[in-house]
Design a protein around this ligand. Structure first.
Ligand SMILES: Cc1cc2nc3c(=O)[nH]c(=O)nc-3n(C[C@H](O)[C@H](O)[C@H](O)COP(=O)(O)O)c2cc1C
Length: 192
């Protein structure tokens, strides 16, 4: 069975550093044997969560698209910026809409969390915050996370990671996640 993963950067910015990081990670993930659906966060554009919209019109199209693509995958690879010591509101908003779906597609999935930031902490505080809604919704989040500090200096012209040590660590982490996510996907009952 081939492991299927949905990967995206939780940034809408054209020159997003997280977009660069997810491209590197997606490439490594494919090399580790998984099938990767690399999404653009714009494909999941959706309004701010509003219970009245939900009641009157149901889940909006961008959130439906995200729900569909999560449902088609065994797990998620997310590269998220850190905004003000936490996860971006756009990503939390998306999780809130997705959580209203029945069946709720996140339950029983796995996730690997990555982050690129321009500060020396590399966005790790935001990733710890991101674990909370994901784990609350029944996602198995890989214990190890990857944060890329001073990310504006880390990529070469071709979009590769300049420092071999950082690339090596990402490669090992991705390999470890693919192996564990594969076992989890294999043990899923199929009800989800
Ligand atoms: C609203 C906002 C809040 C931010 N807060 C943080 C922060 O708490 N920690 C951090 O490391 N960087 C912070 N940054 C800087 C981001 O790391 C930087 O803008 C990064 O490039 C965002 O990711 P992106 O390039 O994928 O869009 C913040 C940026 C914005 C726009």
């Amino acid at each position: 069975m081939t492991l299927r993963l949905l990967a995206f950067a939780a940034s809408l910015r054209k020159d997003s550093l997280n977009r660069k990081l997810i491209r590197v990670a997606a490439d490594l993930t494919r090399r580790a044997g998984a099938e990767v659906d690399l999404a653009d966060f714009h494909q999941f554009d959706m309004p701010l969560f509003d219970g009245d919209i939900l009641a009157a019109q149901g889940i909006p199209a961008g959130a439906q698209e995200m729900i569909r693509r999560i449902g088609a995958a065994d797990g998620l690879v997310i590269s998220s910026p850190e905004y003000n010591y936490s996860l971006p509101g756009t990503l939390k908003n998306a999780i809130d809409w997705v959580s209203r779906a029945k069946p709720m597609p996140l339950r029983g999935r796995s996730a690997l969390l990555l982050g690129a930031s321009t500060s020396q902490v590399g966005g790790i505080r935001g990733l710890w915050q991101l674990r909370i809604p994901l784990e609350g919704l029944g996602v198995w989040v890989h214990p190890d996370m990857y944060s890329l500090p001073w990310a504006e200096k880390q990529f070469d012209e071709q979009g590769g990671l300049k420092e071999p040590e950082r690339l090596d660590r990402l490669k090992k982490l991705v390999g470890d996640y693919v192996e564990k996510a594969g076992r989890l996907a294999g043990s899923r009952t199929g009800a989800d």
